[in-house]
Design a protein around this ligand. Structure first.
Ligand code: MN
Length: 130
């Protein structure tokens, strides 16, 4: 099975470190971006299997990033999972409305996080689900 290439758009360095650590431990390849514009550029070149997207980001927020990604034909089918500390009613709908496929709340649970992410990958690229 082929490990997934995951683009992580997250401005908080500690969150990036922890998230990458958890995913890499399960064999996935993680590429980080600290803001939305950089994330969009990397996404177009990398064509990742999945994009993890923080919502509170500098320059442009995660909703704007998700909408921009969905306007790129090559990225229209790429799973986008929002990872956000926003816990207000309606945020999930707002994420899905912007084009995200899923929504995970911070702080992430290290025990279950990778499994939750892998739900959004095709089975052929989820080495850790067994
Ligand atoms: Mn953030």
């Amino acid at each position: 099975m082929k490990p997934a290439t995951i683009l992580l758009i997250e401005d908080n360095e500690q969150n990036r470190y922890l998230t990458a650590f958890l995913l890499e431990k399960r064999g996935h390849r993680v590429v980080g971006a600290a803001d939305g514009r950089t994330g969009i550029e990397i996404a177009e070149q990398l064509l990742p299997d999945l994009i993890l997207l923080d919502i509170q980001l500098p320059l442009m927020d995660g909703y704007a990033v998700a909408r921009a990604l969905r306007r790129k034909p090559a990225l229209r089918g790429t799973p986008i999972v929002a990872v956000t500390s926003y816990a207000m009613a309606g945020d999930r709908e707002k994420c899905l409305g912007a084009g995200c496929n899923g929504y995970i709340e911070k702080p992430v649970n290290p025990e279950t996080f990778v499994g939750e992410i892998e739900e959004f990958l095709p089975p052929t690229i989820s080495p850790g689900t067994a």
